[in-house]
Design a protein around this ligand. Structure first.
Ligand code: WT7
Length: 650
């Protein structure tokens, strides 16, 4: 294929007004990796510090001297950087546009001054309830302004927030609350998504009956839908009753740059989700700088990221990045297909959105509905599009570019992770030519490398495991409560590097193409699900003896979940048990972990030492039984034939 036909060169009209042009990227990138101290020292000035940092970078990935510190003697407060410092010049500027689930409900425009007051009131209320610096607060809210207010109120008083996605079930809330020992939970009566109610408070009630959760003293409940909930006094308090009467000023806590800002749980290849811990200074420098540079932020932009604040994308690119930059950030409560498939584009027209950032899974789902729902809207306000969460297939990329953006808007395909805090590989639309499906080039200060299985660094055009050779300020600092797990997970596989868990190809132009996870993590619609978590949910059912879970290619979700289940002796497989097990996983983890296919497995392919050979199960799930490879090391090779025969055909 003609390679140049697949290149979308930087548009001169975009470059003419862009913050970062080609020359600037090349020059600054070179400096950022050659002299990181000087570079990041300068970038650090973008924040308001209570005490300016003099120590910029202090990092060693050497396991004997392991440390990651950025701006270590600096002091600041994240909420001050997102609010107070804008009051003089942007006090009346809209900080948040809230677009409710139903288009019939009025949108809200919240100015920086209003948001500041709301954050201060909640911060005062939290202090009144005994929350102090370093305490953990769990936030389990729908996509409503209070979610942003809650995060910033925690930041104001130095409490560490742990946002739990509203789609998680009671068990998942309980695990996360127990792991970090939250003192307080902020939730709502109910959430609303696509016209359906989500029983948030009831889920919290169920979670707090589970072991390990008695650290929770208070549950603050936002009245959102007005639905009936059980209030257990004195534990449960209505948000408005506690918050509205508070003063609209609140003295912010002085935080060290390396003090924790938040914990966010994410799935790994083994065990329970890990509490990814981000700190205050480096994270905020990195989130705000990448937000400004990657989205080419201009003062009058209306910026919309469709993620949920329950994921890192929401943390960095709905809340902290945009607000630290004084931008207008749109918060959307709903879903792309409610009331119909035009909703995204209608919201864009309604609020004159200029920058739109969404996930490939949403694009594919909308693409399937054809062009009509898009064409009946204008979208003239758009000037830049973004993609995040999983590799975007070139077909979806082109539809996004041609149909949604009408060939006018560059697409930034941003690769990063919960662990990285911010975008690491992405085009800069004024500087880097685009190739559909490639995240293109590293951001400032980011040094990617590809290694083979033995850790050998590969040069030039190559495919291998993606590692990062140096640190960046937004890097996670630890796994909450388990520093050893942090080191073992990310720094032991390929010593001296940070291992991303992703496979990647580099082409002849030095462009990076992420190929997906190489560990036991499944990326379902841009959300990480650990195979081990789904397996342990299945095995927790009394009739299940053993389970093995793998990912398989899925047209809409990117990857789907395929479960193999062995029942206890004497238990009979049936359609009703099949349904029951799927419902069991939804109840244990949440709807996002619902298996797409569940196959009865009289036996699982194991080596003689008892290790399940997932490679084989993946190939069966992919419907590629001719690619099983060598099965001779299996304890009982005949189980494979029966699994192939019994495969659940979609
Ligand atoms: C994993 C991280 C980053 C916020 C959302 C997901 C995959 C993410 C891309 C992209 C290809 C991507 C990777 C990564 N991923 N963005 N643009 N192209 N793959 O955060 O839940 O921590 O998942 O998502 O596999 O490791 P996360």
């Amino acid at each position: 294929m003609n390679q140049s036909a697949n290149v979308y060169p930087v548009k001169p009209e975009f470059a003419a007004k862009a913050r970062i042009t080609r020359e600037r990227y090349e020059q600054d990138y070179a400096e950022s990796v050659a002299q990181p101290e000087a570079f990041w020292g300068r970038v650090g000035h973008r924040l308001d510090w209570m005490r300016a940092p003099t120590q910029i970078k202090d990092v060693s990935y050497d396991l004997n001297h392991f440390r990651i510190h950025w701006y270590a003697d600096g002091e600041l407060n994240a909420s001050v950087n997102c609010l107070d410092r804008h009051l003089a010049n942007r006090g009346e500027k809209t900080a948040l546009i809230f677009e409710p689930d139903s288009p019939d409900q009025p949108a809200q425009h919240i100015t920086y001054r209003d948001l500041h007051a709301r954050v201060c009131r909640l911060a005062n209320a939290l202090r009144g309830l005994g929350v102090v610096k370093g305490d953990r607060v769990t936030i389990y809210l729908p996509m409503i302004p209070e979610a942003v207010v809650a995060m910033l109120a925690c930041a104001r008083i130095g409490a560490i927030h742990s946002v739990v996605f509203g789609g998680f079930a009671a068990n998942s809330i309980a695990d996360r609350v127990a792991d970090c020992g939250s003192k307080l939970i902020i939730t709502a009566d109910e959430g609303l998504r696509g016209g359906k109610k989500v029983p948030l408070k009831a889920n919290v009630d169920a979670a707090l009956k589970m072991p390990g959760t008695n650290s929770v003293e208070t549950v603050l409940v936002v009245r959102h839908t007005g639905g009936a909930v059980d209030m257990q006094m004195p534990r449960d308090r209505w948000y408005d009753a506690v918050v509205d009467s508070q003063p609209a000023e609140c003295v912010p806590e002085r935080m060290n740059a390396e003090d924790p800002l938040f914990i966010l749980y994410t799935s790994g290849s083994t065990g329970k989700p890990k509490g990814v811990l981000h700190t205050t200074g480096g994270y905020l420098v990195y989130a705000s700088f990448t937000h400004e540079a990657v989205f080419d932020l201009q003062e009058d932009d209306v910026y919309w990221c469709t993620a949920d604040v329950g994921w890192v994308t929401g943390h960095s690119y709905i809340v902290y990045g945009p607000l630290a930059n004084g931008a207008t950030s749109l918060v959307f409560e709903g879903v792309p297909n409610y009331p119909d498939y035009s909703r995204f584009w209608q919201v864009i027209d309604k609020h004159q959105v200029t920058i739109f950032y969404t996930a490939p899974t949403a694009i594919r789902a909308l693409m399937r509905e054809g062009e009509e729902p898009v064409q009946k809207t204008s979208r003239k306000s758009l000037r830049l599009l973004g993609s995040v969460g999983e590799p975007i297939n070139p077909e979806a990329w082109r539809w996004y570019y041609d149909v949604v953006g009408e060939g006018r808007c560059p697409i930034v395909d941003t690769w990063w992770q919960t662990e990285t805090g911010g975008i690491l590989i992405s085009p800069l639309a004024g500087a880097i030519d685009l190739k559909p499906g490639s995240a293109t080039k590293p951001f400032f200060g980011v040094v990617p490398a590809l290694v083979d299985a033995s850790g050998q660094v590969l040069d030039g055009e190559a495919e291998g495991n993606l590692v990062l050779l140096d640190s960046w300020p937004g890097q996670m600092r630890t796994v909450y409560g388990d520093h050893q797990r942090f080191i073992d997970t990310y720094f032991r596989t390929y010593p001296g590097t940070y291992f991303t868990g992703d496979g990647c190809r580099r082409d002849a132009d030095g462009y990076y193409w992420i190929t997906g996870r190489v560990d036991d993590v499944i990326n379902v619609s841009g959300h990480r699900i650990g195979t081990a978590e789904v397996e342990s949910a299945l095995v927790s059912h009394p009739k299940v003896a053993e389970a093995a879970v793998v990912g398989f290619p899925h047209d809409l979700k990117g990857q789907g979940i395929y479960a193999y289940v062995t029942l206890n002796a004497g238990e009979a497989a049936s359609e009703s048990l099949h349904k029951e097990l799927i419902a069991h996983v939804r109840k244990e983890i949440g709807p996002i972990a619902t298996p797409d296919h569940l196959q009865w497995a009289p036996g699982l392919p194991k080596t003689r030492s008892g290790k399940i050979m997932r490679r084989i199960l993946r190939k069966i799930a992919e419907n590629a039984p001719d690619q099983l490879g060598d099965t001779s090391t299996l304890a009982d090779p005949s189980v494979v034939d029966s699994l192939v025969k019994e495969r659940r055909v979609p």
